[in-house]
Design a binder for this molecule. Structure first.
Ligand code: SER
Length: 595
């Protein structure tokens, strides 16, 4: 079964159980400053898991594009991926453990054809926060899974969420396929990383809302959140040990082989380089080609994108590719995936342009790095020294993108040595710092829908409408990022917004606030919403039900919510800054001041 068939089967199966198929959301979370990318199918659904009604009802199914960049430098082994697709089905306060477990079993065994004896499951063993999940274990047993294949595990293993520090979470039950490999030790079991047991599906029973003070209070509605990784499941179904050996990667790997004249599998270094390029360019293609696509930069998601591209170029050179090649690989990704993600076709030229521009820029950087190396080497030689310090080697790595091996090679040519331990020390230090930084990004909590953020979200709608009235209808939202303190809004506009125009926009927004207009929500199809003049720039699938938020006769916009009840609740709107974001896109930062 290939990756096309798997997703179609999954969606049809859950449609037959009363679920509505919703489309994948953007990879760049909207109004969520706590993460750089969408990391799971549940992520765009957090407001609904917390109790907002979803326009498509209480049972949903989808495939969601996801990115997890825990440590990009670890990608290269046969298992790690930065981009992956997650199949998911949700119950928003509807069915719970019994149905979720029996449908999971039915789908795995009857639809996918796994043998019941291949299946191992884990369930939550219980602690001070929540009881032992005998209920889930009981359902598994009643389906015929013997006790010895039902494993009780602690919170580290069998609890999911919250995605940030607060929000929806609960015990989960995970499904593992026994690949038939011999056990690596007596302790080997589901959760062991030796490759015998592969986790392919997770059913989370979200019944708690974790609070700031660390306590768990029951959620007003009990939800089911499930996630099945497409890549891993396809690998299991096709009897492959690695996701890179499946049809999901074959065409991409073939292209890299053809461009480099190498063969995947010929030796470990070659295979690793090919895997890195295949993974990274697939991810980069999706990031640039997203409905909220971004460009490489030195901060946040843009920096992740830059690292993915540059690492690919480096490994391309290792394979002996001496010309620009990233766009050729992106083309293969687009050909394979655009039937499921039409935005890749719409943004095709942008993908090629951004990849090629960054590739060229990196060439120049490498050249500068070489000059820097020669300078350092020259200075050392002047002083009759031959040792390149760890700090210098790390600077070459971090600032100029020089892998350590390249520095070692160049040093050898000049009969010099490199302090490798010193380099590693710097590297580890840097890694810890960036980990702490990315934890910080997570800190505010994914489910942070405090009053301040909700009000800023409503202010964003007023700002969007005001910009279109003052500057013209070419203005479209290109991105939005909200913290408790401020909103940040990116929109298309070819030149700087003048101070007079900004004042006009600000006044217009404040006028709407003073009018104390009720903010109302209606559910309708996207076509109906558009016919009513609602702004809808990020919705890709037609026929789907959407929520439309209206603020008087001033603003009408398709949006997931949540919003304030009345514009009068917002306070005074003040624009703090207007600047360029990228070519043809401007950025406004604004705050709400309580009167
Ligand atoms: N949120 C859970 C996961 O990511 C299930 O979808 O595994």
């Amino acid at each position: 079964m290939d990756f096309k068939e798997l997703r179609n089967k999954y969606v049809s199966f859950f449609e037959s159980k009363g679920h509505k198929h919703i489309s994948s959301s953007s990879l760049i979370p909207e109004n969520d400053p706590t993460v750089l990318f969408t990391t799971a199918g549940m992520h765009p659904l957090v407001p609904y898991l917390l109790g907002q009604p979803h326009p498509e009802g209480k049972r949903l199914v989808d495939w969601q594009k996801c990115i997890r960049t825990g440590d990009i430098d670890d990608v290269g082994d046969p298992a790690h991926l930065t981009f992956f697709e997650m199949l998911g089905n949700w119950s928003l306060g509807d069915y719970f453990k019994k149905e979720a477990i029996s449908w999971s079993y039915e789908f795995l065994i009857k639809e996918l054809g796994f043998k019941p004896e291949q299946l191992h499951v884990t369930v939550f063993e219980g602690d001070a926060d929540a009881p032992r999940d005998e209920e889930s274990a009981g359902y598994w047993e009643s389906l015929g899974i013997p006790k010895e294949r039902i494993h009780f595990k602690p919170k580290e293993d069998n609890w999911w969420g919250p995605a940030g520090t607060t929000g929806p979470c609960g015990p989960d039950t995970e499904m593992f396929i026994d690949t038939g490999l011999p056990a690596c030790s007596d302790k080997c079991g589901p959760g062991c990383h030796c490759g015998k047991y592969i986790e392919i599906w997770n059913n989370v029973f979200m019944q708690y809302n974790k609070q700031e003070d660390g306590t768990f209070i029951p959620l007003s509605q009990k939800n089911v959140d499930t996630g099945m990784g497409i890549e891993r499941t396809v690998a299991m179904l096709s009897g492959k040990k690695s996701v890179y050996e499946t049809d999901i990667f074959k065409p991409i790997i073939n292209k890299i082989e053809q461009l480099s004249g190498t063969t995947y599998g010929s030796d470990e270094d070659t295979s690793r380089a090919i895997r890195i390029i295949a993974d990274h360019i697939r991810t980069a293609t999706f990031i640039i080609g997203d409905e909220r696509g971004i460009s490489p930069s030195n901060v946040g998601a843009g920096y992740v994108l830059r690292r993915l591209i540059r690492r690919s170029v480096r490994f391309g050179k290792k394979l002996g590719i001496n010309k620009a090649f990233l766009a050729d690989i992106a083309q293969v990704v687009i050909d394979m995936m655009s039937q499921f993600y039409p935005e890749l076709i719409q943004n095709k030229q942008r993908i090629f342009d951004e990849l090629s521009a960054e590739e060229a820029k990196f060439e120049t950087t490498l050249q500068t790095g070489l000059n820097e190396f020669n300078k350092v080497a020259g200075k050392l030689a002047e002083h009759n020294q031959t040792g390149i310090s760890g700090k210098t080697a790390f600077k070459l790595y971090d600032t100029y993108g020089f892998p350590l091996e390249l520095t070692l090679e160049l040093a050898k040519e000049k009969n010099m040595t490199v302090d490798v331990d010193g380099f590693n020390e710097q590297y580890t230090k840097h890694k810890e710092e960036s980990r702490t930084a990315s934890k910080g990004t997570f800190k505010a909590g994914l489910a942070d829908h405090a009053e301040e953020t909700t009000n800023l979200h409503s202010a964003t709608h007023l700002l969007h409408a005001a910009l279109r009235k003052v500057l013209g209808d070419h203005v479209q939202q290109k991105g939005s990022n909200i913290t408790q303190e401020r909103l940040r809004f990116d929109f298309s506009h070819p030149q700087k917004v003048t101070p007079e125009q900004l004042k006009e926009v600000e006044d217009l927004v404040n006028e709407q606030i003073q009018k104390k207009m009720p903010i109302t929500m209606e559910v309708m199809t996207l076509e109906e919403a558009k016919a009513q003049g609602a702004l809808a720039f990020f919705t890709s699938k037609y026929g789907e039900k959407v929520k439309v938020y209206t603020m008087g006769d001033f603003s009408k916009e398709v949006c997931g919510g949540p919003h304030a009840q009345n514009t009068g609740d917002l306070g005074r709107f003040v624009i703090k800054k207007e600047e360029a974001s990228s070519a043809g896109v401007r950025r406004i930062k604004a705050v709400l001041v309580k009167e």
